[in-house]
Design a protein around this ligand. Structure first.
Ligand code: GPW
Length: 799
């Protein structure tokens, strides 16, 4: 896909004319975006075609990554970059007098995910293609992506995210690959040719239409497929859709992404969504396998791996059983063996409330045949344990209990591999949360620490840093991330350290400008840019950060000359619309921001900036400019975290609890290049065991905590009477402070004091920062994918 600058300029102008009948000076930025994206797509379509043809011809084993969320963000720059065109296009646009950034900004984020889980799925798509593996995505083409967040009077307001309204240049509707998915009705089993076959009454068929998007590998000619499904009424079933309700239930299947992160609100529509994309995906996999690979289904596991990203796609286990038995005539034992060998499962949380359990009656109504099969899996599972394990053990591990279907149990029993997403997380799964299953299937458990797309977060988003790296260690780190370690040689090289300082300064100036534009707030790029970007959740403890800001404010009010290094606190976070506590925290952060930013006593010492609508493209802007990365979840609660990795790669220093992947970051960079604090996960578990944590004691006995917590109810922070009360109560009520905010407060303050001191020595700070960047290669999703490929999916790379 080679292209020279003059070719690009010529083609671009010609296509503006051919496609839109416009000269460059008549075209809007949106016109230019569409034309440029169109050029990109026609250029990779050849390779896309090649890629799938070569998989089919070689009968290559293919992975299908099933995920109810994908979060690629904007794709124009990443596609250009992966094709090796980005620099040429940037230069060419400049010569044409076009502001390239404005063109880039025309693209709506593809925001079909909530947070880390969805972003991980997309970074895996990039890594699979870039490492040259046959790995495809399977998901839902939501009409509305994750809601747009606005702040009105400091409150979060959710607006619909109609990302498709101006069309989506990247996708391709593949009508001929449509399949039918059955919902509802009654199902009976009838003997037929020596097998029991289902007979359906009163069920409804929905047409699933795939929309495919090319997943372009980095400079290797590979283009894999992300297949997202839309729901339509089948042409010859129209007579069965009589009521508005019937119509709506089909529309709803793909209309909106559920905005809950880590909690399950147990909605009927969600079950239908899950079954919809799982059934459609598996049908299309089997159709393709039978047609193109022409092998018996008993060998499916040699050619197909299906990965389920958390439990949302776990009905895939029962659906594959159904297809193999009902549609293709396999017996239970054969089908089960194939299914377990094909399926693998990643768990992303230890929090019980985030574990999906579906009401059995709801499943009976929506997916009766699937429930039947799950009941049979459960029956056989129980049978296999009887006599070997006691009744309690069986009741704890079986899939169906108390009229609920426990989806994680289904996922574990039906998969050959179960992994956590960071070392600690996997250990906790084995020792605590899934211990019973670990006893049953120790060989199935393995760890796969998450990774991130360093090419996006460093090479594309932080060109100033990338230029320094290229000059000093060469540009191979893009393909081989561990090359970043070569940077360690320069840890005492003043020239390099100065360049790093200058690059960070310039990035901070860019962000400061953006902040001014978005919020009107003036921030100094000389201050420490202290960043916490992630979903708003109690366990992630944005409140801990906020309590410290309130303390600094009180300190400065009491002593305006207090020696505090100027700091800008930058937040980005959405709260699930139904999550009242999280929304109260947002309101409080916004009101503290108002208070602090407008108090003349504070000068420039503290600024608090809560940027609206945190999403991938906002992360693209914030991350290169961060000095400090807040990773302060209560130990044991954050399965991995991934913003910690992106931020360290960009040279931010981490303030970290020993949680999730922070522990591994700490292991790589060493104690001196990270600021750790807080309880360990063992200490947290000990508190649980003896029930000995009482937050009120910290409130009563620690005068600093007392004063800070009181600020939420004594009028210090204006306009938060309800929300301040809610936060206050959540902390001090009996058995309050579920996430040990007050317990970790003092230790957090100490860690932050060290940050404050360390930042005063710019050279030393730059050195620590360099060490973080140099170690970030370990957290590349390319390497994570290599480990999945070797241990779990057993794929071979493409030539
Ligand atoms: F609850 N994660 C997420 F486990 O973003 F399903 N959404 C979710 O619904 C869940 C987990 C679920 C996150 C984890 O909280 C984070 O620690 C992890 O880094 C990320 O998934 C990717 O593994």
């Amino acid at each position: 896909m080679s292209l020279t600058k003059s070719q690009f300029k010529q083609n671009f102008k010609r296509r503006l004319k051919d496609d839109l009948a416009l000269d460059i000076d008549e075209a809007s930025y949106f016109d230019m975006y569409k034309v440029l994206a169109g050029m990109v797509k026609s250029a990779y379509n050849q390779n896309w075609h090649h890629t799938w043809r070569s998989y089919d011809q070689q009968h290559k084993k293919q992975l299908y990554y099933f995920s109810i969320e994908f979060l690629p963000g904007r794709m124009l720059q990443s596609n250009l970059f992966n094709m090796g065109w980005l620099e040429i296009v940037k230069d060419g646009m400049k010569e044409l007098g076009v502001d390239f950034e404005k063109v880039v900004e025309q693209e709506n984020d593809m925001a079909l995910g909530n947070g880390g889980l969805g972003r991980l799925a997309s970074s895996f798509m990039d890594a699979l293609a870039s490492d040259g593996y046959a790995g495809n995505g399977n998901g839902i083409r939501y009409k509305y992506g994750l809601f747009k967040q606005k702040f009105i009077d400091g409150y979060q307001v959710e607006l619909p995210n109609n990302w498709l309204n101006e069309g989506n240049v990247w996708e391709e509707r593949r009508e001929t690959h449509s399949v039918l998915v059955r919902f509802g009705g009654q199902v009976y089993l009838q003997p037929k040719n020596g097998q029991l076959k289902p007979v359906y009454e009163g069920s409804q068929l929905v047409k699933a239409v795939p929309y495919d998007t090319g997943m372009v590998g980095y400079e290797n000619g590979v283009v894999n497929t992300l297949r997202l499904w839309d729901a339509e009424i089948p042409e010859d079933e129209e007579s069965k859709y009589r009521t508005i309700d019937d119509l709506r239930r089909v529309e709803d299947l793909t209309s909106v992404l559920y905005p809950d992160d880590s909690t399950e609100d147990g909605r009927r529509m969600r079950i239908r969504q899950e079954y919809f994309f799982v059934s459609a995906g598996l049908q299309s996999i089997l159709n393709h396998y039978l047609e193109k690979y022409d092998q018996p289904l008993t060998k499916l596991d040699q050619y197909v791996a299906v990965h389920i990203n958390d439990t949302h796609p776990s009905m895939a286990i029962a659906e594959l059983m159904r297809l193999l038995m009902d549609e293709h005539g396999l017996g239970w034992e054969d089908a089960w063996q194939v299914t377990v060998n094909v399926m693998s499962y990643t768990n992303h949380t230890i929090m019980a409330e985030a574990m999906e359990r579906w009401d059995i009656n709801m499943m009976q109504q929506e997916v009766p045949r699937i429930l039947q099969i799950i009941q049979e899996i459960d029956r056989r599972f129980v049978l296999s344990l009887e006599g070997k394990y006691d009744q309690n053990f069986i009741n704890r591990t079986r899939i169906i209990a108390n009229n609920q279907v426990h989806m994680a149990h289904l996922a574990i029993i039906g998969s050959h591999s179960i992994n956590g997403v960071a070392k600690l997380h996997t250990e906790l799964l084995k020792k605590e949360v899934l211990h019973d299953f670990y006893r049953l299937y120790p060989e199935r458990f393995n760890n796969k620490t998450n990774g991130v797309t360093l090419r996006r977060w460093m090479a594309i988003d932080n060109p100033r840093l990338a230029a320094i790296l290229d000059q000093e260690i060469g540009s191979d780190w893009r393909k081989n991330p561990l090359e970043l370690e070569k940077l360690l040689k320069y840890r005492s090289n003043n020239k390099v350290l100065d360049q790093l300082i200058a690059a960070k300064q310039a990035n901070k100036r860019d962000l400061a400008k953006f902040i001014k534009q978005q919020t009107g707030i003036e921030v100094s790029s000389k201050a420490i840019f202290d960043v916490q970007i992630k979903r708003l959740h109690a366990y992630k403890r944005q409140l801990l950060n906020l309590l410290r800001i309130v303390k600094l404010y009180q300190d400065l009010k009491a002593n305006p000359n207090a020696d505090i290094y100027p700091r800008v606190f930058i937040f980005g976070a959405k709260a699930a619309p139904s999550y009242q506590y999280a929304k109260a925290v947002i309101k409080c952060i916004n009101e503290v921001a108002n208070l602090v930013n407008n108090d003349p006593d504070i000068h420039d010492k503290l600024k608090v900036v809560f940027l609206e609508n945190y999403n991938v493209s906002l992360a693209d802007r914030i991350i290169p400019a961060a000095d400090v990365s807040e990773q302060i979840s209560l130990a044991s609660k954050e399965a991995s975290g991934t913003s910690n990795m992106k931020l360290m790669a960009n040279g931010a220093l981490t303030v970290a609890t020993m949680d999730g992947a922070n522990i591994e970051i700490h292991d790589y960079v060493g104690d001196d290049n990270i600021f750790t604090f807080g309880l360990s996960s063992q200490e947290v578990y000990r508190y649980y065991a003896d029930n000995s944590y009482h937050a009120s004691e910290y409130y009563e006995n620690d005068p600093v905590i007392h004063r800070v917590v009181d600020a939420f109810v004594d009028g210090t922070i204006p306009n938060i009477s309800m929300e301040g009360r809610e936060i206050f109560e959540s902390l001090v009520q009996y058995n309050g402070d579920q996430f040990f905010v007050l317990r970790d407060f003092e230790s957090y303050l100490k860690a932050q004091d060290k940050v404050d001191q360390a930042y005063r020595n710019p050279k030393h700070w730059a050195q620590m920062s360099l060490i973080n960047t140099a170690n970030a290669g370990h957290f590349s999703s390319d390497l994570t994918i290599d480990r999945y490929v070797d241990d779990v999916w057993k794929l071979t790379p493409n030539k």
